[in-house]
Design a binder for this molecule. Structure first.
Ligand code: NDP
Length: 488
């Protein structure tokens, strides 16, 4: 039986120059509801003509927007935040249809997180300041200038949040943004664009164009684009950063990870289990910063695994639109296949499946939350990003040993640790090579906190005041106050 979700059908594929735009000559992109595998809508990839409209309107609109005072820009962003909150339920349902994530999550984590970012950067927009320096009688000052037209390219796990986390600081600082969602989740960013314009954003400043990687690549290399902010995998990040750098464009890269959570012998075990659950199974494990390598002190591993297994097995798995459900499907068939392949490899390499490890027998892209143990650091499931609900539990006995093992990865996105020893917490966190760390907590990302990765996990940071720097460049002005001396 086909389920009809009329609200999932977008008005049109693209949002350009303040209005929805359709062009069915581009390749069709089916929107598949992951909980059933049904196609619930179709959008079309942007053609070169569509991209030209997006680029031309953004370039034109950005000049006046940059000239507007920050308070006025910020007011529009804060109004958009209010509209998002008013429409939270409808937007959360759309996010669930786009990604398959349970409504229980999307009601509190997606549109609301987007609204938080718009509110935060809306407030900061009036506070875009430079500095001044004294050089004897002469002096210099700096002015933060917007970069111009910026491109945002999103992954499929947080389509509303990613559009807002990129759009809010870009717009607050006087830039225009052209956003390309993942082809797997094209719906939510259109609503963000619609709401921004309903809030008063002038036409052309937040355009959404659909397409596959080639559309992202065409935007990245267009001469009118000053910056590219990508959320995606490390291989795509390397390609996009290289293409942008070849033209001296700025980049922000939010990429993948294989983050560690260290659980010491004195940790509150229930807190640690909760942190490991949140850091592995939220959004069915499709979270870049997940702590998928859980290092547990040998003396408590048995108790940790028992409590973890019994709690994971109480997860309500089912209809994502039922608010009682707390675990949904994978977002795509392709990602489900990747995770299933990883599970086969883990078994073949000797892993023990503590719980889960199987595809759930129903329509759609379902896999049970999985805990693996009896692992060594060289196993594939411990080294590679799986991007699914698969937690690897490892053991350790010594602090220096676990720090070295935690850092033994090409990634550096996040890390967490659980201990009641305050001194140890700060000593250990200072040695972890990760852009974002949590002590006795995991995966919370309020907009006032910088978020991002080191090493292969990325360049730059999203959120916090720092994101304002990443969407501006400093113009320095030297002011001579004395006669000019010359040698001849
Ligand atoms: P991908 O890297 O496959 O794609 C990311 C985006 O880039 C998509 O919109 C994709 O388009 C586009 N793209 C692909 N090739 C190019 C190209 N050559 N030029 C420009 N754009 C291109 O990532 P996924 O969508 O599969 O997302 C999962 C990954 O994202 C994981 O590694 C995860 O860790 C990471 N991620 C990182 C986060 C962070 O903040 N650090 C947060 C969330 C996810 P299309 O999909 O249409 O092909």
């Amino acid at each position: 039986m086909m389920t009809d979700f009329p609200n999932a059908r977008p008005t049109a594929s693209h949002f350009i120059d303040g209005t929805y735009v359709e062009d069915t000559t581009g390749a069709p992109i089916p929107v598949i509801y992951p909980a059933t595998g049904e196609t619930i809508a179709t959008v079309h990839a942007a053609t070169p003509e569509i991209l030209e409209r997006a680029l031309a309107s953004a370039t034109r609109a950005q000049r006046d927007w940059a000239a507007m005072d920050g308070t006025s820009r910020g007011r529009i962003l804060r109004r958009a935040a209010d509209i998002i909150r008013e429409r939270n339920h409808e937007l959360s349902v759309l996010e669930t249809l786009d990604t398959g994530k349970p409504l229980q999550e999307t009601l509190v984590a997606d549109a609301t997180s987007g609204a938080d970012a718009l509110e935060y950067f809306g407030g900061l927009a009036a506070d875009l300041t430079g500095t001044s320096m004294q050089f004897g009688g002469d002096w210099a000052y700096t002015i933060p200038r917007p970069l111009g037209v910026c491109v945002g390219i999103g992954a499929w796990n947080y389509p509303t949040q990613i559009a807002c986390w990129k759009g809010a600081p870009a717009l607050a600082t006087g830039n225009a943004m052209i956003f390309k969602p993942s082809e797997s989740t094209p719906l939510c960013a259109l609503k963000v664009a619609e709401i921004l314009h309903e809030a008063g954003l002038p036409a052309g400043l937040f355009n959404v164009v659909q397409g596959m990687g080639d559309v992202g690549a065409a935007l990245t290399t267009d001469a009118r684009v000053a910056k590219v902010s990508l959320t995606g995998s490390v291989p795509t990040g390397k390609k996009v950063a290289a293409a942008a750098s070849a033209q001296m464009k700025q980049v922000t890269m939010e990429l993948g990870g294989k983050s560690p959570i260290l659980i010491f012998e004195d940790a509150d075990i229930d807190d640690a289990v909760s942190g490991a659950i949140n850091g592995n199974f939220y959004s069915s494990g499709q979270v870049c910063s997940n702590g998928t390598r859980v290092f547990v002190h040998q003396s408590i591993v048995q108790e940790f695994l028992e409590r973890l297994k019994s709690r994971v097995e109480t997860a309500v798995i089912g209809d994502p639109l039922d608010e009682a459900t707390n675990f949904g499907p994978m977002t795509t068939q392709a990602q489900l296949d990747i995770v299933l392949r990883h599970l086969d490899t883990a078994r073949a390499e000797g892993a023990t499946v503590v719980t889960g490890g199987i595809r759930i027998d129903r329509e759609g892209f379902w896999i049970a939350p999985t805990v693996l143990s009896d692992l060594t650091d060289d196993m594939t499931c411990v080294r590679e990003e799986i991007f699914g609900p698969v937690m690897s539990v490892l053991t350790f006995t010594d602090e220096d040993e676990v720090i070295a093992r935690a850092n033994d990865t090409e990634f550096g996105l996040s890390a967490g640790l659980f201990t009641r020893d305050l001194t140890r917490a700060h000593r250990v966190v200072a040695q972890l090579q990760a852009g974002t760390c949590w002590i006795n907590q995991y995966n919370l990302t309020p907009p006032g906190m910088p978020f991002g990765g080191s090493r292969a996990s990325g360049i730059g940071r999203e959120n916090a005041r720092m994101a304002m720097d990443h969407f501006t460049e400093v113009q320095t002005v030297y002011v001579g106050m004395s006669p000019v001396e010359a040698a001849y």
